[in-house]
Design a protein around this ligand. Structure first.
Ligand SMILES: NC(=O)c1ccc[n+]([C@@H]2O[C@H](COP(=O)([O-])OP(=O)(O)OC[C@H]3O[C@@H](n4cnc5c(N)ncnc54)[C@H](O)[C@@H]3O)[C@@H](O)[C@H]2O)c1
Length: 325
């Protein structure tokens, strides 16, 4: 199996690439992006909006599976809606067409809780709620989910997707989403002892820690086709407000202070669920999150402190540099 990862230098791609290197071997995994990665991370340049470039890459490297992570997220998407539309829709369509044309074995591409708008219930929101998002990012994610269903139904493409909540990690910087405050608060607490939060204290959302994100991707991609009853599943770890994060950080970083200065992203998160139902993922392929806010908080602070003291936040010795090809 030869795996292409798009958006490999992003928040999720950085860690998924390292994980897939370990699981399948570096010679079988091809990280790609349009920007340089940090920390000695090497990937090939591939603009996912170019179908010709994608097809050429697939032929050259005999790609059989794609993890498609390249996207413009909610905050940046509202600053540049046309770019978000172009990258998210063209990228997804190109990957789906590649799946059909090259008879790829399997494709993974994340969706998001941004598919929900103000009409959906905000507590324990199930997959099949009303999906009327008001952001361009959410619109592209709903459209992508519908395309996954279409390509599966019409062409038999094995496309699988997870609706992620806010993703928290310490290795790569978050990429311009509206839940980035839940990562920034830990980073700023360790660096400066203070955080100016861009949403209100009572803003409550679902979240997942990166090890659970990686485990959920493996769980879905390893599931037998027959066990799946839908293309896109909700997955979640825990729900917490900005104030809950502040209290957790205060208990771990003495003297930590916070102020709340909501910006344009407040209106975005106000539309999103406070918690989502991931019952179908639990039932169909055995999904279960490991981390809650307390266990995540301890792990985040420990790694960020070691990083700011000059240690390696990745907790490994040599990074995961692959020779550029
Ligand atoms: N991080 C989260 O909280 C979160 C939550 C829900 C869903 N998701 C989804 O997970 C996926 C990955 O998100 P992330 O947080 O790693 O995002 P990110 O912004 O950190 O990374 C996205 C990567 O895509 C790359 N990219 C942008 N345009 C490209 C193009 N034209 N061609 C190739 N690469 C391009 C960027 O350079 C970046 O490295 C996205 O589909 C996102 O919608 C993320």
């Amino acid at each position: 199996m030869n795996i292409l990862i798009s958006g490999a230098n992003g928040q999720i791609g950085t860690e998924l690439t390292m994980h897939l290197f370990q699981r399948y071997g570096k010679d079988s995994v091809f990280p790609t992006d349009v920007r340089e990665g940090g920390d000695g991370f090497v990937s090939d340049y591939l603009d996912i909006t170019s179908r010709d470039a994608l097809y050429e890459y697939i032929r050259t490297h005999n790609i059989t599976r794609i993890y498609h992570l390249a996207a413009i997220l909610s905050g940046n998407g509202e600053k540049n809606p046309l770019t978000a539309y172009h990258v998210n829709m063209e990228g997804t369509l190109n990957v789906l067409e590649a799946c059909r044309e090259f008879s790829l074995e399997r494709v993974f591409s994340p969706s998001s809780i941004a598919v929900y708008g103000g009409d959906a219930p905000r507590q324990n929101t199930p997959e099949d709620s009303i999906l009327k998002p008001e952001t361009m990012y959410g619109i592209t994610k709903v459209s992508s989910e519908l395309l996954f269903d279409y390509y599966h139904r019409r062409y038999g493409c094995d496309v699988r997707s997870l609706r992620f909540p806010g993703v928290i990690s310490y290795k790569a910087e978050p990429g311009g989403g509206s839940t980035d405050f839940a990562v920034d608060i830990f980073r700023q607490a360790v660096d400066q002892g203070h955080y100016s939060c861009f949403v209100r204290e009572d803003s409550r959302l679902p979240f997942m820690y990166m090890p659970d994100v990686i485990a959920s991707i493996d769980g879905l991609m390893d599931a037998p086709q027959g066990s799946l009853r839908r293309r896109t599943y909700n997955v979640t770890g825990f729900s917490a407000s900005a104030g809950d994060f502040a209290r957790e950080v205060s208990s771990l970083v003495p003297g930590f202070s916070i102020e709340y200065a909501p910006d344009f992203r407040q209106a975005i998160v106000d539309q999103w669920p406070e918690s989502i139902d991931d019952g179908p993922a639990r039932n169909d392929w055995g999904w279960k999150a490991e981390y809650d806010l307390t266990s995540l908080g301890k792990d985040m602070i420990q790694h960020l402190k070691s990083s700011s003291a000059g240690g390696n936040p990745n907790g490994n010795s040599g990074g995961h540099v692959k020779e550029a090809s």
